[in-house]
Design a protein around this ligand. Sequence first.
Ligand SMILES: CC(C)(COP(=O)(O)OP(=O)(O)OC[C@H]1O[C@@H](n2cnc3c(N)ncnc32)[C@H](O)[C@@H]1OP(=O)(O)O)[C@@H](O)C(=O)NCCC(=O)NCCS
Length: 163
Amino acid sequence: MIDITPETPDQHAAAIEALYDRTFGPGHFAKTAERLREGNASLPDITRVAVSEGELIGVCRVWPIFVGIDRVPAVFIGPVAVSPDFQGQRLGLTITGEALEAATKAGWGAAIIIGSVRYFSELGFTPVPVDRFVFPGPQDMSRVMVRDLAGDASALSGRLSAI
Ligand SMILES: CC(C)(COP(=O)(O)OP(=O)(O)OC[C@H]1O[C@@H](n2cnc3c(N)ncnc32)[C@H](O)[C@@H]1OP(=O)(O)O)[C@@H](O)C(=O)NCCC(=O)NCCS
């Protein structure tokens, strides 16, 4: 049986980092997206983890960010990772969907994600024009997507920064 729950940092944080290292490789901290995460504090109540027989096998982390000169708050989703033994069951989509639902219930207006458009479009994410956002480093803009939550993602544009 697989349980999907919010993150309890004391219980899950180390296993989440180990899963990221295993699925993405140690180079993942070099990505521009990490500049929005380092020095930022994720949202454990909105993050979702999947646990099977006590083992953490999936995660969708969620981060608060500001967008544009008006510093509009939004959530930055990811990374999403599923343990290789449990891939192919649509678990990544399920945990990300549950995190989006939690963020909507908590009143967050919109979500931003970087990833495969083919994969995340199933959850309602749509790619943005290449000049819509400014990231804190080089970014392949064709992989940047947004989605409405409790508000309107089309209201977001400009520079992304950690809260
Ligand atoms: C990406 C990841 C989270 C997907 O896990 P998952 O939800 O179990 O995905 P599944 O294997 O069930 O695939 C569901 C569908 O998405 C597709 N898919 C899986 N990974 C994909 C990717 N990176 N790009 C595009 N499509 C993908 C699958 O082919 C499948 O399509 P189908 O339903 O038509 O067969 C997992 O492969 C992983 O942890 N990868 C390493 C980390 C990573 O690259 N994360 C990227 C997101 S930030």
